[in-house]
Design a protein around this ligand. Sequence first.
Ligand code: ZN
Ligand code: ZN
Length: 378
Amino acid sequence: MVSEYQDQAVRLDYSARRRRLREKVFASSSRIRQTVDTVLVLGAPNLEYLTGFTGSFAWLVMRPESEHLLTSGVYATQIAEEVPDIPCERIPVGVEPTEPLCQLLQALGTRVLGVDMSQSYAFIRGLQRRLRKAGIQVRPTRIPIELLRIVKDAYEVARIRDAVAIADATFEHIQRLFQPEVVEWDIAMEIDFYLRRQGAYPAFETIVASGTRSALPHARPTERRLQRGDFVTVDFGARLQGYCSDITRTVVVGKASAEQKRVYYAVLEALERSIEAIRPGRRGKQIDAVARKVLQKHGLSDYFGHSLGHSLGLAVHDGRGFSPREKGALQVGMVLTVEPGVYIPGFGGVRIEQDVLVTETGCEVLSRSPIGLIETGG
Ligand code: ZN
Ligand code: ZN
């Protein structure tokens, strides 16, 4: 049965994903297996990926031969419907989740529980203190869910394509707003409204930054009114059926100055060269270096103060990406953003962001929104 909480045409085989994770964690050759006998999986995107549960809170306890879920009363009915194949304990109201977890682990005979290192120190310390009393050790562990999640299957790619298509339609919808006197905040509201109207959610807080504020890569929209000659950067994405898109475009209100054109075309060249360089086997840092080199050629690399891109999926930052330190190799089926930017204090900034799917021969650009320089408002 397809859950009413999911708008999916097919029921995915989540158990196959969990089987793959269990094989990685508990195979006799696995290093994790040598140190822990049970792992605790946390985090909404991980739970959704492994079980199909779309709520915001559940814990998954995995052992070589069994799986158990814990959730609050808020999600008890939903989880029973969405995840019929894993037994679930309901955490009573007012009870610390670690208490039923402790009882469950004792019943299962757990001695050492692996918790992913990405969890906060405070959380891991708290769990260690609570479980120590029951004779259970908690060990920070690298649980390789991220490695599974960064390579998308056909279903996931189709969902991301849908989310990108909505972002594209949204960008087209807001074209008329790139006019003098339009307020940044109103553009952001229109983006969010349009995304919601099409059944999606904003994948993250929408960025609209105009004039010299466009030199702030993560600017929040303000009450500032657009003026002729402004750069306007919009960065937004749709979350649809769990999956995210993330695109950025920078336009000029009115006619671009010679310096604006110079900066824009340098960023565009960095984007295009990096996209051309993507192929399976290349390392993330190699692609990042391509963009940096192009910007260096234009004397602008000092103004590119962030990584070139990030993996995209159930989360906006889904795992590895393109950064100077990323040694991981690209694989067919990864979906990543490519987003070079130049931010010049007192002048303004340009960022252009594409979402790409790594293919056998290179990559496919998913967004259809134009990337050439747009000058609006006459
Ligand atoms: Zn973005
Ligand atoms: Zn991004």
